[in-house]
Design a protein around this ligand. Structure first.
Ligand code: PAF
Length: 286
């Protein structure tokens, strides 16, 4: 089966309409491309769950801040298409920024309708250092949902805050689809897969490994009975390579996203750190 590469909205909608007419279920895997085994796991899950699978490949300008890596973000559409083909994806939807936002959209465009996630979900973790990021994510994802009209949409647990916000958007805006969270995929040595790992030098990669190691240490100590997040925080810090620039290490209730001092339920432990110029995130649920 050939994967159809489409870059315009109306052709994509035409195909979707046909599938819907035939009563087929549709799965959407939204990505920014540079696909790796983490994305492949989302696509495989989508293939198991749905009759038809659409992968969107779109480096979304409105979710990048002015000093972030929008321009240098890896764009590997030929390789992505090949991966999608091998995994039996029906459509790769890869629009241009103009196709998504109209001619002349700029990163700082103020003439666009945005989705604003609730303040308590963006005033922490990645939202603090990336103002506007989650507005941009929620906006593009809602647009993708409206174009593709999926029954199921698949997102990685690695972007835990994004996942929480998107689930909340689906609930709050009464969207008729199910979000399917998928587990983090790691390298053998524990490094969480990310398209941004390609920025790391060999030396930086070694340093970056201490991020997953520190989360693992928290898990070990928690399983030994330590529930005080201050103690867990200190233990993690002692493992993190000193050359990493820690942005946050937070403990959040996995159901409510509230800040946790003493762990007494399922808890998200999330971390962001800069390794050289590369910003990396990772998390564990304990
Ligand atoms: O997680 C990502 O790759 C992006 O934030 C997403 C969900 C595709 C929106 O651009």
């Amino acid at each position: 089966m050939k994967t159809l590469l489409l870059n315009n909205i109306s052709d994509t909608k035409k195909n979707i309409k046909e599938w819907k007419k035939n009563g087929q279920t549709i799965g959407l895997v939204p990505t920014m491309g540079a696909l790796h085994a983490g994305h492949a796991s989302l696509i495989k899950k989508a293939k198991e769950t749905c009759d038809k699978v659409v992968v969107s490949v779109f480096v979304n300008p409105i979710q990048f801040g002015p000093n972030e890596d929008y321009d240098k973000y890896p764009r590997t559409i030929e390789k992505d298409l090949k991966i999608c083909e091998e995994l039996g994806v029906n459509i790769v939807f890869a629009p241009s920024p103009n196709e998504m936002y109209g001619n002349g959209v700029k990163l700082s465009d103020t003439e666009l309708t945005f989705v604003c996630p609730p303040y308590n979900l963006i005033d922490c973790m990645c939202g603090k250092s990336r103002p506007g990021h989650f507005d941009g994510v929620a906006t593009v994802v809602l647009k993708l949902f409206n174009i593709v009209q999926p029954d199921f949409a698949f997102f990685g647990q690695k972007d835990a805050q994004q996942l929480f916000i998107l689930k909340r958007m689906v609930h709050d805006l009464n969207l008729d689809l199910t979000i399917v969270p998928c587990p983090i995929v790691r390298e053998k040595d524990g490094l969480a897969l990310s398209s941004r790992n390609t920025y790391l030098s060999d030396e930086e990669r070694k340093t970056a490994l201490t991020i997953s190691k520190s989360l693992n240490q928290i898990k070990i100590l928690y399983n030994q009975g330590i529930k005080d997040t201050k103690k867990l925080f200190d233990a993690a810090i002692s493992i993190l390579d000193k050359s990493l620039e820690l942005e946050y290490l937070e403990f959040r209730n996995a159901d409510t996203f509230e800040d946790v001092q003493e762990i007494n339920g399922t808890t998200l432990v999330a971390i962001a750190a800069k390794c050289g110029k590369t910003r990396l995130i990772d998390n564990e649920i304990i």
